[in-house]
Design a binder for this molecule. Structure first.
Ligand code: FPP
Length: 258
């Protein structure tokens, strides 16, 4: 099989629907570099980053994925120029305005993780309304990480736990992984089995640090605006070819699936 063949491969057909991950998370990266290559502004790049968002959401509903988390805006992104931040906030609002009806029709539940108190009031209110209106949906749960960073999330959890210990609501000696998870913003969400990062960067960038403990990592050179449904299926196919060992030996895994 030559390289052209591989590029033309229809990865959706190769996916084993019986062995889908429950939760895929994506670090959507490369909008700025994509725009530069086109001779456009960074904002132009973000505008072209919306189509792949639609595509991965649509693909996820097509194959029956349960959870999809998209890293849309990090705590560190607040340090970007104001004009870029404003443009991103407008993109979030306009996309939700356009798509809310479709989310409801397609049985998609919207959740947001992150410090939403830092978001402009109109963005925050729109998000809260959309979360409320889709809260009963039972299909895909689409999680937007907005104004999110993992260290922020872990510190928030520590503060809440400290307060509950002080008020005798929980006992410090009985805190285990299950207790800790309940204080994270992902309390209703299983850990991702697969993390995809686009644009050829090999970093986690303060994203789901606690939840990624056993996650399979998939990096692609493709810049986010060029990321297609087939690229998404390819990442899932690649995940399905791996052996997940959770610290055990390959032999133990083989015996347990016999
Ligand atoms: C990273 O690329 C991308 C972002 C910080 C923003 C992501 C936003 C979108 C994809 C727009 C639409 C999203 C939704 C949820 C409607 P970068 O700017 O860091 O690119 P660079 O590393 O090439 O500079």
């Amino acid at each position: 099989m030559n390289a052209t063949h591989i590029n033309n491969m229809n990865y959706k057909e190769l996916i084993n629907i019986e062995k889908l991950p429950q939760h895929i998370s994506i670090i959507m990266d490369g909008n700025g570099r994509w725009a530069k290559k086109q001779g456009g502004t960074r904002i132009f790049g973000h505008q072209h980053g919306v189509k792949p968002v639609y595509d991965v959401v649509e693909s996820s509903t097509e194959i029956g994925l349960k959870f999809l988390t998209l890293y849309a805006f990090s705590t560190e992104n607040w340090n970007r120029p104001k004009i870029e931040i404003d443009a991103l906030m407008n993109l979030f609002i306009s996309t939700i305005n356009k798509e809310l009806k479709k989310l409801i029709e397609n049985n998609i539940r919207l959740l947001v993780i992150g410090n939403i108190n830092l978001l402009p009031k109109n963005v925050r209110n729109k998000l809260l309304l959309s979360i409320e209106l889709t809260s009963k949906n039972t299909g895909l749960t689409l999680v937007l990480a907005l104004s999110y960073s993992s260290r922020w999330e872990i510190l928030e959890a520590v503060k809440l736990i400290a307060s509950d210990v002080k008020n005798n609501i929980i006992d410090a000696y009985n805190i285990d992984e299950n207790t800790f998870k309940k204080y994270l913003s992902t309390k209703e969400i299983p850990d991702p089995e697969l993390l995809i990062r686009t644009s050829g960067e090999f970093r986690i960038s303060n994203f789901l640090l606690y939840q990624l403990a056993y996650t399979e990592l998939y990096f692609t050179e493709t810049l986010w605006p060029d990321f297609t449904k087939n690229d998404f299926y390819k990442a899932i196919y690649n995940y399905q070819t791996r052996e997940r060992r959770f610290g055990m030996t390959g032999e133990q895994i083989k015996n347990s699936t016999r």
